[in-house]
Design a protein around this ligand. Structure first.
Ligand SMILES: Cc1cc2nc3c(=O)[nH]c(=O)nc-3n(C[C@H](O)[C@H](O)[C@H](O)COP(=O)(O)OP(=O)(O)OC[C@H]3O[C@@H](n4cnc5c(N)ncnc54)[C@H](O)[C@@H]3O)c2cc1C
Ligand code: FES
Length: 290
């Protein structure tokens, strides 16, 4: 544990205490303050903010695509990589009043694998059950971090299901050849295996106070959070118009088609639009004749 400093976020006027050993984003999440974020690894820029007061900040490694040097010199920072070494005032450039105060507590837990099934040739449906703690709360669309067995590395995966009393969590995971977690999932993970997890993360959730039309755009394993949101809307009878554009290469890369058709029956406002970049490739991966 390092020294602690006070970080105030403007224009929302929220103050948190941040230990020098943790990032500002992490400290906020632990204190139930849900700041905008995506990768948590300095790659996506979703957490980019402006330092209004204070200078003593150190950053863990990050991509200069997410924070170019000139932006850093102007006073911008990535909260997922920033450590405070004095009291700071930070202006949030990207925030949502409805989300920021709705943060659920971060929990570390153990889950047990219930099933790993193929949904396409390179995507798996992973179902796990919570062993401890008794509950990890999440909003549909959020994600969980899994520790890769035998390493200190973590990988993030979006919940494809909705919160439930059985402590089940479902994921759609793309298998990358040589991928540290996904290859382990495809080749080694068995029902009964236990994994260390932490959740909930992410701000891709339905803004309940709004009524406008929704457009979801996803591809590949990006099916998972969309499915989570659509299942949640169907369970709760949300009647907003929603168009889901799903990108895939070929017809054999499409998944959950039956369930999406069933969801369309329960959500009259849902239009599902699969978009194939190689529509002439058949289900066995070969080119179809003209
Ligand atoms: C917020 C969030 C949510 C996510 N949700 C999902 C989800 O729901 N489903 C999902 O499938 N994924 C999701 N991801 C991606 C996921 O976290 C992993 O990044 C992904 O599964 C790859 O992890 P891996 O350990 O299998 O592969 P890694 O070991 O990280 O490698 C990925 C690929 O890159 C290659 N590679 C590795 N290192 C190098 C290198 N140095 N040079 C070149 N190539 C390299 C590997 O061979 C492999 O093909 C999400 C990511 C984020 C940030
Ligand atoms: S969350 Fe992606 S750069 Fe900070």
């Amino acid at each position: 544990m390092g020294e602690k400093h006070v970080v105030r976020f403007e224009p929302v006027g929220i103050e948190i205490e941040v230990d020098e050993d943790q990032t500002i984003l992490r400290a906020a999440a632990e204190q139930g303050v849900q700041l905008m974020h995506g990768c948590k690894e300095g790659q996506c820029a979703a957490c980019k903010s402006f330092v209004l007061e204070g200078e003593d900040i150190e950053h863990d490694s990050y991509s200069t695509f997410a924070l170019p040097d000139y932006e850093k010199e102007e006073g911008q920072t990535l909260l997922c990589r920033a450590h405070a070494y004095e009291d700071l005032v930070i202006e949030l450039l990207n925030y949502d009043e409805e989300i920021i105060r709705s943060g659920l507590p971060l929990r570390t837990g153990i889950v047990e694998v219930e099933a790993v099934n193929e949904v396409t040739h390179d995507m798996r449906h992973l179902v796990v059950r919570l062993v401890e703690p008794e509950e990890i709360k999440f909003f549909p669309g959020q994600y969980m971090d899994f520790q890769v067995p035998g390493t200190d590395e973590t990988r993030s995966f979006s919940m494809a299901n909705t919160p439930n009393r059985d402590g089940l969590f479902e994921f759609v995971i793309k298998v990358y050849p040589g991928g540290l977690f996904s290859e382990h999932l495809a080749e080694k993970l068995q029902p009964g295996d236990r994994l260390t997890v932490e959740a909930p993360f992410g701000t891709f959730t339905l803004r309940e106070s709004r009524t406008g039309d929704l457009v979801f755009v996803g591809g590949g394993a990006g099916m998972a959070p969309m499915l989570g949101l659509l299942r949640s809307m169907a369970e709760r009878g949300v009647e907003r118009k929603v168009t889901f554009y799903y990108g895939a290469r070929t017809i054999r890369d499409l998944c959950f088609s039956d369930e999406l058709a069933e969801l369309a029956g329960r959500l009259p406002g849902l239009t599902y639009v699969p978009a194939l970049s190689e529509p002439r490739t058949a289900t066995d991966g070969r080119a179809r004749p003209d």
